[in-house]
Design a binder for this molecule. Structure first.
Ligand code: URP
Ligand code: ZN
Ligand code: ZN
Ligand code: ZN
Length: 478
């Protein structure tokens, strides 16, 4: 007789968003069939003694294979990006399908499916980026796409090629309300950034460091408040993504205290980097390795972000993985001739999909700043709930996909570019000491990475059609 399970994981400590306990897990047909003190035999047995058994990481904010307006090439396609994600303990990532102005949103989505098809090591699902909210997009394409399971979309309040004005933001929010989609907002004030950029350049302040001044926290605070106001007027839940510091966070708390449906995400760069990292070695071009938007702030903001991670202001912790090469030639990297003339030409974004979970675990759980349960909520369960994947994903429950990360809480490691699986030629976290590391990533019952070694083929990951966010209608995130 065949074994009752395909896979048994024995002896580990299961951690969920609300609980931790000792139990075995049985898997059959890619799903969890049993969670019990002791289970029957399996074809494949894993001894998880001394390990934490976590729901696979869900990175809800990842950029892969996106074209840029100036032709700079992104360092990760779906193959290398999801490989890196899997090595970092993730089983699902949510990249963006970005509409290029003047083109159909539906055609963009089709093109991203073609880029991802047969390439992914993890499961994937796309958020949409709306850059051109024409009557056709708002009236037909977007409603149809939401009904097809693209239930979240991002809008930008800055970047020349992506920025929406207030009327456009309100129109997109209105569609989100009608179609029950979750809007993600990149909240930085475009005109303020343009003013600051021109002023700094006129003063000869062109090094990468001045990116952090141009993208001032005041511009983020103002845009955050404006997004919240638009959400209030249109009566729609919003997700303010990649919140960098105390000032925008206080705007979010102001809204949350008044019962507004404002959700928030933050990222590793805002807890372990500061604007001083953009100085490089001596106000030199090395600082370009840390250029992202919003930029990292200061130690006061880091402390504020930790407070927000603890008290529930932030429900989601994502990487905002947006990988570029440093040593590019021509227009392929940060280190190109035009970027050296001014910070305004340095591509915005840093790699981090593989280091997201280790950094939050080490700085958060190992240093006693957040609980294990909160770690799971922020990195897997809440993203699943807020982006319409729960309880199939983000949960260790009978019937859920067997997406499981085995975690060694005592493993000490140093982050090194040489060990990472992404396409970038650097990591902004080089040399960071980490306590706690993922040792095995299991996707629907299949081991995809073990001890840093990729065990699966590209194409193992599947596209996931998503349901409605739990931000809409009922509360349910912890
Ligand atoms: O600098 C960043 N974050 N680049 C990625 C694009 C975005 O705004 O998320
Ligand atoms: Zn069973
Ligand atoms: Zn953004
Ligand atoms: Zn982003």
């Amino acid at each position: 007789m065949s074994a009752p399970h395909d896979l048994a994981i024995r002896g580990g400590t299961i951690v969920t968003a609300s609980d931790r306990f000792r139990a075995d897990i049985g898997v059959r047909g890619g799903r969890i069939t049993d969670i019990a003190v002791s289970i029957e035999g399996a074809q494949e047995e894993i001894d998880a003694t001394g390990l934490l058994v976590l729901p696979g990481g869900i990175d809800a904010h990842v950029h892969l294979a996106q074209p840029t307006s100036d032709g700079t090439v992104m360092a990760d396609d779906f193959e290398s990006g999801t490989r890196s994600a899997a090595a970092g303990g993730n089983t699902t990532v949510l990249p963006f399908a970005m509409q290029v102005k003047g083109t159909s949103l539906r055609d963009c989505v089709t093109a991203y499916h073609a880029k991802a098809e047969g390439k992914c090591y993890t499961d994937v699902s796309f958020h949409l980026i709306i850059s051109d909210p024409t009557p056709q997009v708002l009236g037909q394409e977007l409603p149809a796409l939401v009904r097809d399971g693209y239930t979240s979309f991002k809008v930008f309040m800055t970047y020349d090629d992506l920025v929406l004005n207030d009327a456009e933001l309100l129109a997109v929010f209105d569609v989100a309300r009608r179609e029950k989609a979750l809007v993600m907002v990149h909240a930085e004030g475009h005109d303020a950034i343009k003013y600051m950029t021109a002023r700094l350049e006129s003063e000869g302040k062109t090094a990468p460091y001045y990116h952090a001044e141009a993208h001032h926290q005041v511009a983020e605070r103002e845009a955050t408040h404006r997004a919240i106001s638009h959400a209030q007027l249109t009566d729609v839940p919003v997700m303010i993504v990649h919140v960098s510091g105390r000032d925008p966070m206080e705007q979010i708390q102001w809204a949350q205290k008044r019962g507004m449906k404002v959700h928030a995400e933050t990222c590793p760069q805002y807890i372990v980097l500061t604007r001083d990292d953009l100085k490089g070695l001596n106000m030199d071009f090395e600082g370009a390795k840390y250029v992202c938007s919003p930029p990292p702030r200061d130690t006061d903001s880091q402390a504020a972000i930790w407070e927000g991670l603890r008290d529930g202001t932030f429900e989601v912790f994502s990487s905002d993985h947006c990988p570029f090469y440093y040593e590019g030639s021509g227009d392929t990297g940060k280190d190109n001739s035009r970027a050296r003339t001014s910070f305004r030409w340095v591509p915005n974004g840093i790699p981090g999909v593989e280091t997201r979970l280790p950094i939050l675990f080490s700085e958060g759980v190992s240093k006693g700043r957040i609980t294990l349960e909160r770690f799971v909520a922020l990195t897997s369960t809440n993203p699943a709930k807020l982006y319409g994947l729960y309880p199939q994903k983000g949960a260790l429950l009978v019937g859920a996909d067997a997406d499981i990360t085995l975690w060694d809480p005592t493993k000490v490691a140093t982050i090194k570019q040489a060990d990472l699986h992404h396409g970038s030629d650097y990591t902004p976290y080089e040399g960071m000491q980490i306590t706690g590391w993922p040792v095995r990533t299991i996707l629907r019952g299949q081991t995809i990475v073990q001890d840093g070694e990729v065990m699966a083929d590209p194409g193992t990951g599947r596209y996931q059609t998503r349901g409605t966010s739990e931000a809409i209608g009922r509360a349910g995130v912890s």
